[in-house]
Every structure is written in C-alpha cells, then in structure tokens.
Design a protein around this ligand. Structure first.
Ligand code: 5AD
Length: 343
C-alpha cells in the first residue's frame, strides 16, 4: 500500500484524499518519502539552497490570532518598528553578504500605510535592481496589492493558515475570515506576484482531515512558495498551553509538498529550526530548498517573538553566514547566491 501510494505521488504528483490521509497517518518511518523528495529537489536545484534575507520590520499588529505572540492582545510584547533608513541599511548589509532576495515581514501595523510601504519598496527597488523583493504585510485590498506590485515587489507571502473554514474559525477571532484570506491569495496570484501560502503543523484543533484539505488546496492553488513549520506555543497567547507540532509530521508534509509541486520554493523554516537543533538540516533533507537568515537588527530579533525560544539562523555578519554554510557542508549542500525565482 505505502509503496504504491509513494509511487503514485512521484509519477502523478497528486493523490486522492484518502491516499494523503493514509500517508499522514501511517506510523511507518518516512525515510523513503523523505529520500524521494530530497532526490526530486536535487534533480531540479542540485545540492543548493537559496538564501533570503529576512527583515522583521514591525511587531505591531492589529490582529488577534490566538496562536501568535505578536497579537494585539498580548500586552507583554515589547513593540518596535524600524524606519525606512533602518530597513535600507539591513538591505545594504544583506547585499554586501551576497543576498539577492530581501523579505520584508511585519505585523499588520496601521502606522505603515500603503503609501509608506510603497515608498520603502520603491527605495529598495531603485537601489537593488538585481534583487527580488518579497513582502509579507498580511491582508490588504486588491488595489493595495497592485500598488505594491507596481512599486517593485515581486513575491508575496501570506500563509492560508488552514484550508478548512471551521478550523480557521478556531484559530482566529470573528473579525478575521477564511473567505478574505482566500480572496487575498487569489488577488495576489492574479496580479502577478510569485505567491506563497502555508500553514502550521500541529496547530490547536487541527485534524488529519484538515491537513488533507491543506494539501488539496496547495494542489489546486499551485503556489510558487509554501511556508510550513510546526506550531510552537507562546506563553502569553490563548494557545500557550497547547503542545508543539511534531517534527516528523512537518518533515513528512515538506516531502509530500515537494513531490506534489517539484519546482516550489520551500523553506526549511525558523519554527522547524526552533523545534529541533538539527531541524534546519532535516528540513532540507526532506526536500526543502530555501533558508531565510535573519537580517533584522538585534533589537528586532529579540522582540519579533511569534512563539517562545525562537531560534535564529543569523546573518548579522559574514561569520554568521559561514556558520550556515558549514552546517550545509555537513549534509552535502551549499548556499546558492542566485535570486532563485520560481521556474
Ligand atoms: N507557532 C508557529 N508558527 C506561528 N506563526 C504565528 N504564530 C506561530 C506560532 N505560535 C506563523 C503563522 C504566520 C507566520 C508569520 O508565522 O503561520 O502566518
């Protein structure tokens, strides 16, 4: 059974709902699945991992997602925002280190109006014509997304969080909706962004059927990027007492997604690296092909806490990047300094 399903996933790239479910539920050790996904990634990308320079520019957020440490209702969070010049100086440092993609990520901070965001994106675009700009500013109107695209942003990350409306309602307060999330993703893709969706593994109330729905959504949306990582509790949130998601389930899902969408840009996420000390490497060995070192200044790094004990693959300087390189060396991979667009 297992072998037939794995074979079908490799050749047809899609499974039925019950076949996904079987793969997710079997307690069989996933070495074969992970190896198949790793081989598929190597066929396409070689033994190379793209790097993206992450700039966490604000942890103010108007939303109240139950899982997230920077939710508006968390009065313990120490808030910060970076100014345009600080953001540009992160890019400068990143560019000197060889980064060709900058990822601007922040909470939904009303201080950053669409005009301010476009001004920042245009300034980066002007200075770094050869770089990709990825933005992750949350939910906006189609008109706002169009403005960002015109200002020079190329890619947009917006995790769908869960492809089940019922589960979505258990993770978010009533002023957030599954329908709007999906509307945003469709708008982003239509406008021309390389678009990333994604979800947490092992988030509270998640069922295997929810994960099957996530895979089916990915199969039909065909995102250019997929961000997945384990849920990790943050003590000052309503979900602070829930257990973390599992490493094995996260790796299994990375592998399935790689086999479904061979060209997808799939990061080995910070949450995975936080869950386990070799999580970053294990993600790559399960088919991931991107890492996102943090270019944010120290003050931001300590405060952008979506969950407790967040680890950081750092890129504060050349030395931090060489630490990453040597970790990749140990598993037979190297950093690719290419822009790494979706093909
Ligand atoms: N654990 C893991 N991932 C989280 N995120 C937010 N809070 C947590 C948490 N406690 C993820 C969400 C969000 C992304 C920026 O980080 O999926 O989309």
């Amino acid at each position: 059974m297992y072998d037939n399903i794995l074979q079908k996933l490799q050749t047809e790239r899609r499974l039925s709902g019950s076949e996904y479910k079987y793969l997710l539920e079997t307690d069989r050790y996933d070495e074969e699945l992970n190896v198949a996904a790793r081989n598929k990634a190597q066929e396409i990308f070689g033994n190379k991992v793209y790097i993206r320079g992450l700039i966490e520019f604000t942890n103010f957020c108007k939303n109240n997602c139950y899982y997230c440490g920077i939710r508006a209702g968390n009065k313990c969070a120490l808030r910060y925002r970076l100014g345009k010049e600080e953001i540009l100086s992160c890019c400068r440092r990143g560019y000197e280190l060889g980064f060709k993609t900058f990822v601007l990520q922040g909470g939904e901070d009303k201080h950053f109006t669409i005009e301010i965001l476009c001004d920042i994106v245009s300034a980066i675009r002007r200075e770094y014509k050869d770089c990709a700009i990825t933005v992750s500013f949350g939910e906006m109107s189609a008109i706002e997304y169009e403005k960002l695209f015109k200002a020079g942003a190329n890619r947009y990350l917006l995790r769908h969080e869960t492809a089940s409306p019922e589960h979505y309602a258990k993770l978010h307060p009533v002023d957030m909706s599954y329908e709007n999330r999906m509307r945003c993703l469709l708008d982003l893709k239509r406008i021309g962004f390389q678009t990333g969706c994604g979800f947490m593994v092992g988030s509270p109330y998640q069922t295997v059927d929810n994960l099957v729905a996530d895979l089916e959504f990915i199969g039909q949306f065909k995102p250019q990027m997929v961000g997945i990582g384990p849920f990790l509790p943050h003590k000052d949130t309503p979900f602070g007492h829930f257990p973390p998601g599992s490493l094995e389930m996260t790796l299994k899902l990375l592998s399935i997604i790689r086999l479904m969408e061979p060209n997808v840009l799939l990061p080995s996420t910070t949450a995975l690296a936080t869950l386990s000390k070799d999580g970053c490497e294990r993600g790559i060995l399960a088919g991931a092909n991107v890492v996102m070192p943090n270019l944010s200044p120290q003050i931001a790094k300590n405060k952008y806490m979506l969950y407790n004990n967040k680890s950081s693959v750092g890129a504060q300087d050349a030395q931090a990047l060489s630490v990453l390189q040597s970790r990749l060396d140990n598993i037979g991979y190297t950093i690719s300094y290419a822009r790494g667009d979706y093909n």
